[in-house]
Each structure stands twice: as structure tokens, then as C-alpha cells.
Design a protein. Structure first.
Lengths: 537, 292
């Protein structure tokens, strides 16, 4: 009996000490955590300590309207400059860029919300969950007129992309690169070697050139080891028939949204591609893709001298015009030159099809929108501050360059009166920028100022600009999320099989029926309804 | 007799061939990783295998080590691994020992209580709210406390201790040892193999973990190595047009080499420790599997 109670006493003592140790450890750390969390709070204190010129105290914004590649230092001069300029206090959130949506969902569920954020989830979802607050259009036009005018200029449809039930829930932003279609690239030295002087423009001229690439030994090594094209070029060959259809993308036809993959024109495109495959113009490896690793725009098939026609990338990746100094051209162009020292590339145009259509894939200018939460909507000053900041981004060139690139003279400098800018810290990574508070407060890119700063690059881009097929701006619907994966697989597999000749071209009609039956029709119905609802029709 | 030797030889030949093949499937990818991590882009982009480096370029390692957060990351990972493993051992053992005793009142209930957590958990969001409301956010405790005791490990340890001969403890008691003394001098030394196993499992888990750090830690300086490496890789492969850094459009990123370098950096420390712990690992896993 005595031993039993003793045993119990020991157990209790053990338990208590353990708990005590735990508690002590936790609370000790707690104070620590509190102290570090109040790194911002401390700054707040010092801010309010010195009386500001305006009578109003600074407005506090929980800020997530940036890419969050690195954590900005709250005491960085740039952060303080912006805070002073707009009489604001920023509590900058730091989330993982790649797990953004997941991480935010957890926080939302736990009742935490930023004031301003990049909207990386479908707007209807956030609105229905009570996260996003509407932004009145009059308010945008009143406080940020230059911004609104810029959006109107690039694509007024962008306003539709942020609408739900006819109300605006986000500030649309522009990805300038998406204004340029993906490229069409020829091996100029191969064209020279097979005696073609004019860069091919029509589908027939393409075929003639590619036949020579296959049969006339364009690399002069005496071996028949070259092909015409691989996977990157297939979309713009299809583009000659109206749309690149080997996926589950939408296309707008007679004011209605439908799928590109099931359009009858694609049957003609597949007939041509199948013929080309039989003529051995298409590298058989295209099935697994011509990028076999590394950066997505790299074409190992081109680097290894297997093909002479490629695409998929952007003008800046393949820029073959040097701007002087130490400039070596675009990144992928440099890779190509290293792999094929004597090689030459030239920019072409997508082939023109029988009905006069042509174009390559294009990303479209629509980029991540920025919205405010219901928490921020409680204080009208928050939206006003945001819109003021946005307008400054679109009107004040020096301010824009500073929040986007860092300090003048240290990170960048103007090279002439036109405002062209030279970047002085080329090798710095985005994460390092973020630490100094760079690329945190610009909210979005200003395409006009970007063009002005990088005049040479965009002059080059404009000179190479071809036609493209930008994606249709359509609202997300549940049925799309449900079926799109399978439909995408069905479309790509069928297309590849038809090109390889494993399935006759005539099987395309059966494919269309299957595509529609397995969710295609349902998505079409839902998306058109949602589209009309989005526009408030 | 001779025939038998013949078949013996054939047998070991087959075994050796199989084992060599197996070893090659492990060694060759490693060589590929090592080679690519030190190769320039034009070699990486070439078709075929890369087992032996033909040209050297350490830009991948430079990119990985250029961030100072990698050192704080290393430090944080070391701290959480050591602290976390320590806590795990102590808690698991203290939980398993009473459960292994038949005289524990309501033993079946308590065991069932522990087993239950193996099948049901609160899920991500309740865990987050719990950690947040206890005030563990932004501290190393949020990384080591939530997963401190794995029910599975606890049961393995419990079974191991239960299999120790009862008479050892009884004789110690007759010699006048109290419960604590028995625990410390008899049970703990005998449980070393299983504790080493638990330690190894816990240490490897802590070394590789990053999701909890992403969720609970908001301060870059407190984040663990794996998360930092992940960020370095994402940072290095991010598309310039989406990050708005038009200037980096001109620099081809050797993302493959960088990825492989990051892999080597994470792999090396654990690879250095592993050979010394392997015997416990094998022994412990066997014990667990037979009796667990």
C-alpha cells in the first residue's frame, strides 16, 4: 500500500515537473516570439511617437499585394519612404510563393486576413466565402484615373475578368509580355544550307523547307539525322487552322465559349500534321516533348541539332540582337550559341493556312489582380490609400522605378533623357530585392513605364511581333475543375495518336462525341452561364 | 559434391549480379546528380547520361550558398533536429513505459486512447488554430511539439519494453532499488536499440520537414533549411516576366545544376551520419516489425 502511494506520488511529481518544464519553455519562447512579432509593432510605436504633419494617424495595412519571394525588412529605407509618402503603416505578410493558396486558406479558416492581397484563387470562391469586398468602379476612376485609362487602353475586357455578379472585386493588372505572342524560330544557317532565301510564310512553304531540313542534310554532317520540328512548333501549325487545339482551352465562337479541341478545323490541322509525320518532318521524340529538363523554354532538340524550327518561348528568351556592351542576348539564345557555336537563328512568322488564318500561342495580358478584403472595407481609408498608391505607380516614373527597382544610382540609373534605364545590380535575385522592400509596393507592373525603361528590348519585341491567340477570359466553373484534367488528357492523347497514325484522322469525329459526352457539354453550358453572370447580364 | 559446388557458385553469381544491379540503380542516379551539380549549361543540355563530369562550373553551388539565410536555415534545422529528437525520445519513452506495465489501471483504455490518434486527427486547419492559440507561432516549439510523439513509435517502444524479462526489475527491487532507479539503470540501458531507432526516424523526419515551417513560421530567419533551399530553387527558376525582373531575362539560369547542388547540400550531412546509425536502424526496424 505504502509503495503504491509512493509510486503514485513519484509519477505525479514527474508529470508536474515535465509539464512545468514544458510550460516554462513555451512561455519563455512566447515572449521571444512576441518580441519578434512586434518588430513591426515596435516600429509602429516609434512612428506614432513622432507627430506626423497630417492630423490623421497613419492607416495600417496588412499587405500581401506582392509576389512574396522574400521577406521585406520593416526598417528598410524604401519601406519607410512609402509609409511616409502615403501616411500608412505596412504590416507586410510573408507567405510561400508556391503554396500561396493553401497557406492562405489555412489562415482564412483561422480568421486571419490581410487587407490587400493578390488574388490567386478564383474570384467567385473568395467572394462566396466572404473574403473579397467589392471595389466601386467610380472610386477607381476617381482616385486612379490614369491606371483605369491604361487598363482601358490594353484590353477593356480585363474589367470583366474581375467581375462577379456585375460588381468589380479586384484591380486588374497587365502582364506586358503577354501582349506578345510566343515566337517562331528558324535555324537560319540550315535555311542557308538548303538554299532557301525567303523565310517561309505559308503552310506549303513551311512544308517545303521542312522537307529539305529532313532530306538535304542541313547540318552538313553526311548523316540523315535531322528533322523539321518537334512539340514546340505544333501549336502554331494548328494555328494556321484557327486555334492551337491540342489542349482543353476555351475559344470564343459567335459570342459563345466553347472548346478549341473539338472544332472541325482541327481535323484539317491533324490531317496535315499526320502527313508531315509520315514524311518524317516531325521528330518522333515530340511525344515526350522537346524540352527534356531545365528551364521550360529550353529546347534540347534545337540545342542538339535535331530540329530546325521551334517556338513556345518569348522574345526576351530568344533575343538574337545584341544591345552592345557585355550583352549576350536572351538566355535561351545564349544556350543555343553555346551548344551550336556556328548556329544562327532567325525570327519567323506563324504559317498562314488555307483560309488565311495564322497565329501562335499567346499568354494574354491578363495578370494577377489585386483585391481588398472585407476586413479592409471597414475602413474606407484603406481602399483610398491603395488607390492613391496605385495611381502614383501609373503617374510618377521615378517613384515607380524606385519601388520596382530600388534606389536610383545604386540599383539603377537613367542612361538618357528618354528615361531609359540601366540596371546596375543584374545578378541580384528577386528574394534579395524583396528584402530591401523592392517590388513590394508597386502593386502591379505599369506596362507603359516598363516599355519606357526597357526601350531597346521592347523595340526589338515590337519588330518581331507576330499574330497570336490569347486565351479567352472566362470565369472558373466547378465542372471545369472536375472534368478538365480528363478532357485535357483525352485531347492530347487523341491528337498525338492521330499525328502518329495510330488512329485514323476519321476517328476525330468519334473523339468529338466522346469529349462532349465526358463533360465537355456540361462545362460549356456552365461556363456560358457563369460568363453572362460575370458580366451581370 | 562437385555439382553442388557448381550450383552454389551459380547461386552466388546470380545473387551478386542482382545485388550489383541493385547497387547500380542507386549509385548511377547519384553520380548523375553529382555530375550535373558541377556542370555548365551546355553539358547539361546535351543528350545522354552524365555520369562523369567533363567540364566544371560551380555556379549552381554559388547560387545556393549566396543567400545568407542558408546558414540560419542550417542552424535552425540543426536546432530543431536535436531538440525535436530529444523531446521525441523522452516523451515516447515516458509514454511507452507505463503502458507496458500490466498493473497500470485501465491499461487497455489508455492504449486505445493512443491508438485512436493514429487513425483520427484534427486536420490541418484545427492544428493551425491550436498552434496559433497556444502561442507557438514563429517559434521552434511549433516545429517540435505538434509531432513530438508518434503513436506508432510509442507502440513499438511499448512492445519492446514489455518483452524485457519482468524478473530483471523484480530482482532489482529486491536489492532495494526504487522505481526511478530501475527505470534509469535497468530499463533505459536495455532499451537502447529501440531508442536509437526512434531517434533516427525522428531525426530524419525533422531534417526533411519543411511544410510545418512554412505554415507556422513567418520570419525568414527562423525558417528551416529545406524551405530555404526550396525558395532558392523557385527563385532561380521563376519566370522573369512573372516576377517583373526584366533584367534577369538576359541571364540563362542553370536551374538544373542549381537543383542538383541543392540536393547535394541537403543530402550530405544525413549521408555522413547514416553509416554510423545504420546498424541500429536495421536492428530496430526488425524488432518493430516482428513484435509491433
Amino acid at each position: 500500500m505504502a509503495t503504491k502511494t509512493k509510486k503514485r506520488a513519484v509519477a505525479v511529481i514527474l508529470l508536474v515537473t515535465m509539464l512545468a518544464a514544458l510550460m516554462a519553455a513555451c512561455s519563455g519562447k512566447n515572449e521571444n516570439g512576441g518580441a519578434s512579432a512586434s518588430g513591426s509593432a515596435g516600429a509602429k510605436g516609434s512612428e506614432s511617437a513622432k507627430p506626423s504633419a497630417t492630423a490623421e494617424p497613419p492607416v495600417t495595412l496588412d499587405w500581401l499585394a506582392y509576389n512574396s519571394y522574400g521577406q521585406p525588412d520593416a526598417n528598410a529605407p524604401l519601406v519607410q519612404m512609402v509609409e511616409k509618402k502615403f501616411n500608412a503603416k505596412f504590416n507586410v505578410w510573408y507567405v510561400d510563393n508556391q503554396k500561396w493558396v493553401d497557406q492562405l486558406n489555412v489562415k482564412f479558416a483561422a480568421g486571419e486576413m490581410p487587407d490587400v492581397l493578390q488574388i490567386r484563387e478564383q474570384i467567385p470562391k473568395y467572394v462566396d466565402n466572404g473574403i473579397l469586398a467589392p471595389i466601386p468602379e467610380e472610386k477607381i476612376r476617381e482616385l486612379a484615373p490614369t491606371y483605369a485609362a491604361t487598363i482601358d487602353k490594353y484590353d477593356p475586357n480585363l474589367w470583366n475578368a474581375v467581375k462577379y455578379d456585375g460588381k468589380i472585386y479586384g484591380l486588374p493588372s497587365i502582364n506586358l509580355a503577354g501582349d506578345y505572342p510566343t515566337v517562331v524560330l528558324w535555324r537560319q544557317d540550315w535555311l542557308d544550307n538548303v538554299g532557301i532565301t525567303k523565310i517561309p510564310e505559308t503552310l506549303d512553304e513551311f512544308e517545303a523547307a521542312l522537307l529539305k531540313f529532313r532530306n538535304d542534310d542541313p547540318d552538313k554532317d553526311g548523316k540523315k539525322d535531322t528533322y523539321g520540328l518537334s512539340s514546340f512548333a505544333i501549336p502554331f501549325v494548328m494555328g494556321a487552322f484557327g486555334y492551337p487545339g491540342n489542349n482543353a482551352s476555351y475559344v470564343m465562337k459567335d459570342g459563345k465559349i466553347t472548346f478549341a479541341a473539338i472544332q472541325p478545323e482541327m481535323k484539317d490541322a491533324l490531317t496535315v500534321l499526320n502527313k508531315w509525320y509520315k514524311e518524317e518532318l516531325i521528330d518522333p521524340e515530340f511525344v515526350t516533348g522537346e524540352n527534356t529538363g531545365g528551364y521550360w523554354a529550353d529546347s534540347q532538340a534545337l540545342y542538339n541539332g535535331r530540329i530546325g524550327l521551334t517556338g513556345n518561348g518569348m522574345f526576351y528568351q530568344w533575343r538574337n540582337e545584341l544591345f552592345g556592351g557585355e550583352d549576350q542576348g536572351g538566355g535561351q539564345y545564349q544556350n543555343f550559341i553555346k551548344a551550336q557555336p556556328g548556329g544562327k537563328l532567325t525570327f519567323g512568322k506563324p504559317p498562314v493556312g488555307p483560309s488565311g488564318k495564322s497565329g501562335t500561342l499567346q499568354w494574354g495580358v491578363n495578370s494577377t489582380a489585386v483585391g481588398i478584403t472585407n476586413k479592409a472595407a471597414e475602413d474606407p481609408r484603406k481602399l483610398e490609400t491603395l488607390l492613391k498608391m496605385l495611381e502614383t505607380t501609373f503617374t510618377d516614373y521615378d517613384y515607380y522605378m524606385t519601388v520596382l527597382r530600388g534606389n536610383e544610382g545604386e540599383d539603377w540609373k537613367k542612361v538618357d533623357d528618354s528615361g531609359k534605364v540601366l540596371i546596375l545590380n543584374q545578378s541580384t535575385s528577386v528574394a534579395d530585392f524583396s528584402k530591401k522592400g523592392v517590388q513590394v509596393f508597386n502593386i502591379m507592373n505599369n506596362p507603359d513605364f516598363d516599355k519606357k525603361a526597357d526601350a531597346d528590348l521592347y523595340k526589338f519585341a515590337d519588330s518581331k511581333k507576330t499574330t497570336g491567340y490569347p486565351p479567352v477570359i472566362a470565369p472558373a466553373v466547378d465542372s471545369y475543375a472536375k472534368y478538365a484534367g480528363d478532357l485535357y488528357k483525352l485531347a492530347t492523347e487523341t491528337y498525338i495518336k492521330i499525328i502518329l497514325g495510330e488512329q485514323p484522322v476519321s476517328s476525330f469525329d468519334a473523339f468529338v462525341a466522346k469529349f462532349k459526352a465526358n463533360g465537355g457539354d456540361e462545362i460549356e453550358k456552365d461556363v456560358n452561364e457563369a460568363y453572362n453572370k460575370m458580366l451581370g447580364k | 559434391m562437385k555439382q553442388r559446388r557448381m550450383s552454389d557458385r551459380l547461386f552466388s553469381l546470380v545473387v551478386y549480379a542482382l545485388l550489383t544491379g541493385l547497387a547500380l540503380t542507386i549509385v548511377l542516379p547519384m553520380m548523375q546528380v553529382l555530375t550535373i551539380s558541377v556542370s555548365p549549361l551546355n553539358v547539361v543540355n546535351r543528350y545522354g547520361f552524365h555520369f562523369i563530369p567533363t567540364a566544371f562550373d560551380f555556379s549552381g553551388y554559388r547560387q545556393v550558398f549566396h543567400k545568407e539565410t542558408i546558414w540560419t536555415g542550417y542552424q535552425n534545422t540543426l536546432v530543431r533536429t536535436i531538440l525535436g529528437t530529444g523531446i521525441t525520445i523522452v516523451m515516447t519513452f515516458l509514454g511507452a513505459y507505463p503502458l507496458s506495465k500490466r498493473q497500470l489501471p485501465n491499461r487497455a483504455f489508455w492504449t486505445g486512447f493512443v491508438v485512436l490518434t493514429m487513425f483520427f486527427s484534427g486536420g490541418l486547419i484545427p492544428s493551425y488554430m491550436l498552434v496559433k492559440n497556444i502561442g507557438l507561432m514563429n517559434t521552434v516549439w511549433s516545429l517540435v511539439l505538434p509531432g513530438a510523439v508518434s503513436a506508432f513509435m510509442l507502440l513499438i517502444v511499448r512492445n519492446f519494453i514489455a518483452a524485457l524479462p519482468e524478473s530483471l526489475e523484480e530482482s532489482a527491487k529486491i536489492d532495494g532499488a526504487n522505481d526511478l532507479y530501475i527505470l534509469w539503470k535497468i530499463v533505459v540501458p536495455l532499451s537502447m536499440p529501440i531508442l536509437a531507432t526512434v531517434a533516427l526516424y525522428a531525426a530524419v523526419d525533422h531534417w526533411n520537414a519543411w511544410f510545418d515551417s512554412m505554415l507556422y513560421i513567418q520570419n525568414e530567419k527562423k525558417q528551416v533549411l529545406q524551405l530555404i533551399l526550396r525558395k532558392i530553387i523557385i527563385d532561380g527558376t521563376a519566370d522573369p516576366s512573372t516576377t517583373g525582373a526584366a533584367d534577369s531575362m538576359n541571364a540563362p539560369t542553370n536551374s538544373q545544376a542549381m537543383k542538383m547542388a541543392a540536393l547535394v547540400v541537403t543530402m550530405l550531412p544525413i549521408m555522413c551520419v547514416y553509416p554510423f546509425l545504420q546498424k541500429y536502424f536495421v536492428k530496430g526496424t526488425l524488432l518493430g516489425s516482428v513484435k509491433g
